[in-house]
Ligand binder design. Structure first.
Ligand SMILES: Nc1ncnc2c1ncn2[C@@H]1O[C@H](COP(=O)(O)OP(=O)(O)OP(=O)(O)O)[C@@H](O)[C@H]1O
Ligand SMILES: C=C(C)CCOP(=O)(O)O
Length: 259
């Protein structure tokens, strides 16, 4: 049976781009494989993708995580917009009916956190069979002028606002890894204490917190809702399709168990 509730999937920048590169480079084979897997899913979905080498290098060079720089905002936004166009193009090549929704056009932040996002267009797109594609971006900020907004913040925000309970962040590791490099099956706010020493930022140029940023965003969601979410390896064949179809893969970020 096809679930009518949409799924939210983030495609990490470390999977769809060469995040170690100094300039924006798409991992074309991975993007096309993922786009095909997405096209085989029969339900509704929202896709959010990361900025990878299209956004983090510019954001870092212009210090956008520390200060307002209008030129940096434009260059970074134009770069992630180019990536969004490539992602949407790949999805539509396989018949997905993807539409880019650039966060800078519909979001206002306050001190780096989403204050408001216009969602009526996204709701209508879902209703009419389109797949909205959002992405990490620079957006206007009431206190800072502008800020870097990670897809990792957008995903739980959309889940809460749209009442969606199935969401996952697909990155380039088999979930959250422990000190021996093994994937941790489940993290809850209580268990986080045992793992937090092994969860770090990204191995590449990154201004949004790497794996630690992801876990923190999803833990916050698990504390303020009863939603369980997933961090999994979207770089492995079939994982995107398996996740979209309801399989539990990678690391589950769950609310504390009630006794
Ligand atoms: N304990 C850990 N388990 C897994 N990855 C970790 C851990 N600690 C640090 N990392 C790093 O975090 C990275 C994932 O974060 P990153 O933000 O680079 O991914 P992404 O979401 O794919 O990229 P983007 O932010 O561009 O979308 C991993 O590739 C790894 O280098
Ligand atoms: C670097 C920019 C502009 C956005 C970062 O988004 P993320 O890659 O989803 O963390």
């Amino acid at each position: 049976m096809i679930s009518t509730e949409p799924v939210i999937l983030k495609l990490g920048g470390s999977v769809i781009t060469d995040k170690g590169a100094d300039e924006g480079i798409v991992r074309e084979a991975d993007l096309l494989r993922i786009a095909k897997e997405v096209s085989e899913f029969r339900g509704k979905m929202i896709i959010v993708h990361g900025a990878g080498s299209f956004g983090h290098t510019h954001a870092k060079n212009y210090g956008l995580d520390r200060k307002f720089d209008p030129e940096g905002v434009i260059i970074t936004h134009e770069s992630v917009k180019k990536l969004a166009s490539t992602v949407v193009g790949a999805l539509n090549h396989f018949g997905v009916r993807a539409v880019a929704v650039h966060p800078i056009c519909c979001t206002v932040c306050r001190n780096g956190r989403i204050e408001s996002m216009y969602l009526d267009n996204i709701k209508l797109m879902l209703e009419k069979g389109f797949v909205p594609v959002l992405h990490g971006d620079v957006v206007m900020d009431l206190e800072l002028g502008a800020c870097v907004l990670s897809g990792d913040q957008i995903v739980p925000y959309l889940a809460k606002e749209l009442g969606i309970t199935r969401l996952g962040l697909g990155s380039a590791e088999d979930g959250v890894l422990d000190k021996d490099g093994k994937s941790v099956p489940e993290i809850t706010p209580e268990k986080f204490e045992n793992f937090k020493h092994y969860i770090r930022g990204s191995g590449s140029t990154d201004v949004t917190g790497g794996m630690l940023g992801k876990v923190q965003e999803l833990l916050e969601l698990s504390k303020t809702s009863s939603i369980t979410s997933y961090i999994f390896n979207a770089g492995k064949e079939d994982n995107v399709y398996r996740f979209l179809n309801g399989e539990s893969i990678g690391t589950r970020i769950s609310p504390d168990k009630r006794v």
